[in-house]
Design a binder for this molecule. Structure first.
Ligand code: URA
Length: 432
């Protein structure tokens, strides 16, 4: 079977067979299919979508491209969470220790930044020494001993996704329902988790911009999970403006630590507690969401979640003193305030453009092999609904270059100040 014929069929809107999909995935992993053909296939899929059957076949072929972790030696119901990607979305970092502090094993396999969105692994690597790549045995041992681990798709978990994910990032083929669904679910099925909560983002900063598309993605993800017997549900949460105040790797780690100390902005705290409550109910440790939320809150109040975070950092080779001394992470040379040019109420903060600004400062990748600058990013000082006066700081730019006029221009174009603002709904729906 020739790859060019498979590309041709998808380009012309045909439905691929199981064998054709398998040929594509095998060729990607073996390296027989060159990147230019993989990229062409991804673009054809982007434009022509896939049927439910193709989505499931692609997911299963990607899942089977590597190992399937057997976590059965770890007692208890293992629960994971995955986000479809957003700006300022550091949710996983405080969430895993909160849930693990309740005795629920959290085997979390995360990703790197994609497009304008940040990645949990890139953020964790801002912590000196933190290793995101550990062996499968180390991963299992850590989840057993510490109750949690946040790692990259270890060694041989869905190697097809690793290759495809990196190419999607640089070929503008990220925001595609079959490609997102197969990417997430291949890793999650292979990771051996029993239950999964998916945070599907919707809005300007999400890959799915409308509630309808986000709902379709949520249904595709949950459908694939349930199809293989996983206890799986999704929430659809808002991503029109950045989540929390921090955008950028080290800045987001600092905000995650603040959350575990009970000192983070309301939106990110609320989302973490909502996701945590669902995870606790799925684990069987609580019967209802209200009880589960109170349990999660208690781990923040009594410091047990913060301790868990420190234990995880240490187990993965990182310096746990970051909890008390976040300044051990890379620090930006320049902090440049962006003043408001008029009085009014902030009515728009385009999350995707804030993410791109962070990327252009060096916090994200423009090419697959770009090195990241962990120190840079943005700290929002005003968000949608906040009143401002001329000269008030809208946000602070953390930069390692002095001249950020290009960034300032783009930020001004994407933050609107009006007479009033539409209220933001943080959690839109639940999909089961
Ligand atoms: N997260 C993933 O793992 N894959 C995607 O495609 C998007 C978000």
């Amino acid at each position: 079977m020739r790859m060019v014929d498979i590309i041709d069929k998808k380009r012309n809107g045909g439905e691929l067979t199981k064998e054709e999909i398998q040929t594509f995935v095998d060729g990607v992993v073996s390296g027989e299919i060159p990147d230019y053909q993989t990229s062409a296939f991804l673009m054809a899929t982007y434009f022509n979508d896939m049927t439910d059957a193709e989505r499931s076949e692609l997911t299963m072929a990607m899942m089977k491209s590597g190992d399937h972790l057997d976590l059965s030696s770890i007692p208890g119901i293992k629960v994971d969470k995955h986000s479809t990607g957003g700006v300022g979305d550091k949710t996983s970092i405080p969430l895993a220790p909160i849930v693990a502090a309740l005795g629920i094993p959290v085997p979390m396999i995360s990703g790197r930044g994609l497009g304008h969105t940040g990645g949990t692994l890139d953020k964790l690597e801002a912590i000196p020494g933190y290793k995101v790549e550990i062996s499968e045995d180390e991963f299992k041992k850590q989840v057993k001993d510490q109750g949690l681990a946040i790692v990259g798709a270890t060694g041989n978990i869905a190697p097809a996704d690793k290759k495809i994910y990196a190419l999607r990032d640089v070929t503008d083929t990220v925001d595609s329902i079959p490609l997102i669904a197969s990417s997430i679910m291949s890793k999650k099925i292979a990771s051996g988790t029993d239950a999964l909560v998916i945070d599907v983002k919707t809005g300007a900063g999400a890959f799915m911009k409308t509630l309808d598309d986000s709902r379709e993605l949520a249904k595709a993800l949950v459908g694939i999970g349930k199809g293989v017997g996983m206890n799986c549900m999704a929430i659809i949460s808002d991503m029109n403006q950045p989540l929390g105040n921090a955008i950028g790797n080290a800045l987001e780690i600092k905000e995650s630590i603040d959350l575990l100390k009970g000192q983070a902005p309301a939106d990110i705290t609320d989302l973490v507690l909502t996701l945590g409550s669902h995870m606790v109910v799925m684990s069987g440790k609580a019967d209802d969401l209200k009880t589960a939320r109170a349990m999660c809150e208690k781990t923040i109040e009594d410091g047990s979640a913060l301790k868990k975070f420190g234990d995880m950092i240490e187990a993965q080779g990182g310096d746990r003193s970051v909890i008390e001394h976040p300044e051990i992470m890379p620090q930006a040379k320049y902090k440049i305030d962006l003043p408001a040019k008029s009085d009014g109420v902030v009515s728009k903060v385009e999350a995707d453009e804030m993410g791109i600004a962070g990327m252009l400062l060096g916090g994200g990748r423009q090419k697959a092999d770009d090195k990241l600058d962990y120190a840079v990013g943005l700290m929002m000082n005003k968000k949608i609904g906040d009143a401002v006066k001329t000269g008030d700081t809208l946000l602070t730019i953390y930069s390692n270059r002095e001249d950020v006029d290009d960034i300032k221009d783009m930020l001004y174009k994407n933050i609107e100040i009006s007479d009033s603002a539409e209220p933001i709904t943080l959690i839109h729906e639940t999909v089961r």
